[in-house]
Design a protein around this ligand. Structure first.
Ligand SMILES: [Zn+2]
Length: 160
């Protein structure tokens, strides 16, 4: 009962902050959706980085070109590319993002408790917002730089 309340509250707080793309990304929490994204993955069942192993390790494909192996973690949103057939997706994920909440949890979705599910979704939403805030901040900083340059130019003109 309490968990349901927490979930509802969580949705109420975060949903308005996520845009359509970000909400779409939250679908990748589910193994079957991640697996579907690997429809044109270049590795086969004799390789270590099969679509199944990639999806189990939390990754979904974000490649737009043939033979591009760019993937993203649904949870920490880390992007990795340049996969080779004998790369172990779970180990690679752990090596690059040891603090990923999904890697730390170390279980597949069938075994998650509701609480763990909420924690992961929360971590993911926070990460999405973090990325957006960072890019907003960068935009503001560059606008500020431009304004300062303009002001300096105007000041110099006035002095002449
Ligand atoms: Zn991750």
């Amino acid at each position: 009962m309490e968990s349901t309340t927490t979930l509802a509250k969580f949705r109420e707080i975060l949903t308005p902050y996520l845009n359509a793309n970000e909400r779409k990304a939250t679908k990748m929490m589910f193994y079957r959706n991640r697996l579907k994204s690997f429809s044109s993955w270049p590795f086969s069942s004799t390789d270590k980085c099969t679509p199944e192993n990639m999806a189990t390790a939390g990754f979904y494909s974000i490649s737009k070109l043939r033979n591009d192996t760019s993937v993203k973690c649904f949870c920490c949103l880390k992007e990795l590319d340049g996969w080779e057939s004998m790369d172990d997706p779970w180990e690679e994920h752990k090596r690059h993002q040891k603090d990923c909440p999904y890697i730390k949890l170390n279980t597949v979705e069938q075994q998650w408790t509701l609480e763990e599910w909420i924690d992961l979704q929360q971590a993911m939403a926070v990460k999405l917002l973090e990325i957006r805030l960072k890019s907003d901040l960068e935009n503001l900083e560059s606008q500020l730089d431009m304004k300062q340059n303009q002001l300096q130019k105007e000041r110099r003109k006035r002095r002449k």
